[in-house]
Write a protein that binds this ligand. Structure first.
Ligand code: PHE
Ligand code: CO
Length: 317
């Protein structure tokens, strides 16, 4: 029985884009207990294998604090970490805590958790079939990818401020703009450390292929981080990034996002959207990409779209 009722069985237990009767202030409306005892041996083994795979790749690629913080937080290869144990350390370091969620949650409750220094972590883990790619963030992406840098005091403050900014953006039809900032920093950001270019974005840190691609490939652009530019920058969720945005340090992120964004939103609304592969005149270009991968990806996307259309036409007949 135990093998069938693992936490993975909870992946699609509801409509997570559905707000239900959530209202602002219901901070833990979407929070669920981790039920750590319910993970099966196989689920712990999947964690272990994902962990080992990243550890082969990340030394010398991940931001330098990453390895130390993993260790300090007790996030290791032995098993899926118990949230309560991680929280004992994390709360002391930065006042953040992680809370369980059943899957992706709607954006406003998400912002509200962040504004209260609570980071939502999917309690489920992907299956072996999803080993290489999973769209819904699972415990490996959320915990391994996001939590180590939440133990950094400056980054911790940045994410809290982001959560508050997100709620404000929601009141001004600007979620799509502030979402782009999250995407290109928290999820796919690079940082220039004295020893070299490193990864701090969780979407990269939890992906073996993008960990290599983001730093080593000639295909993507790498440009210096610029807040207003990012608010205009569209992204594709299901492929490698065509442009990576590089910060010098977390203070830069925190300082650049301090101003009131409302005038930024008004300004950006009047400007054209910047496409993922596109560079603009004001960009400080660290590496101009060949765009080789982007070209292939665009062809794949077009082929998928065509396939879908043909299938739909057939079904119509
Ligand atoms: N200062 C931003 C605002 O007024 C909020 C924000 C903080 C946005 C941090 C992003 C990151 O909207
Ligand atoms: Co994420």
């Amino acid at each position: 029985m135990e093998n069938v009722t693992g936490n993975s069985s909870r992946v699609f237990e509801g409509h997570y884009s559905d707000l239900g009767d959530w209202k602002r202030g219901d901070v833990d409306y979407f929070v669920v207990p981790q039920r750590w005892e319910d993970y099966t041996e196989e689920e712990h083994a999947i964690w272990r294998d994902l962990y080992h795979r990243q550890m082969e790749i990340l030394p010398g690629r991940a931001i330098s604090l990453f390895m130390d913080n993993l260790k300090e937080l007790g996030i290791n290869d032995s098993q899926i970490p118990d949230f309560d144990e991680v929280n004992k350390v994390l709360m002391k370091k930065t006042g953040w805590k992680i809370v369980g969620v059943p899957g992706p949650i709607p954006v406003e409750p998400f912002f509200e958790l962040l504004a209260n220094r609570m980071f939502p972590v999917g309690t489920f883990i992907r299956t072996r079939d999803q080993f290489d790619y999973i769209q819904e963030p699972d415990v490996f992406h959320d915990l391994f990818g996001h939590v180590p840098i939440l133990a950094d005091p400056v980054f911790a403050d940045y994410i809290e401020a982001y959560g508050r900014g997100g709620l404000k953006a929601a009141d001004h039809n600007a979620v799509y703009m502030i979402g782009r900032l999250y995407w290109y920093t928290v999820e796919f950001g690079l940082i220039q450390e004295p020893e070299g270019l490193r990864i701090y974005g969780a979407g990269i840190l939890s992906s073996p292929t993008e960990s290599v691609f983001s730093l080593d490939s000639d295909s993507p652009n790498r440009v210096k981080f610029d807040v207003k530019r990012l608010l205009r920058s569209r992204f594709f969720i299901d492929d490698f990034q065509d442009t990576y945005h590089v910060i010098e340090n977390f203070e830069e992120l925190f300082e650049a996002t301090k101003p009131d964004f409302l005038p930024y939103y008004e300004e950006v609304r009047e400007l054209p959207t910047i496409q993922p592969t596109e560079l603009i005149d004001s960009d400080i270009v660290l590496h101009k990409g060949t765009g080789e991968y982007a070209k292939k990806a665009a062809e794949n996307r077009a082929a998928r779209k065509k396939q879908k259309q043909e299938a739909a036409e057939k079904a119509d007949k």
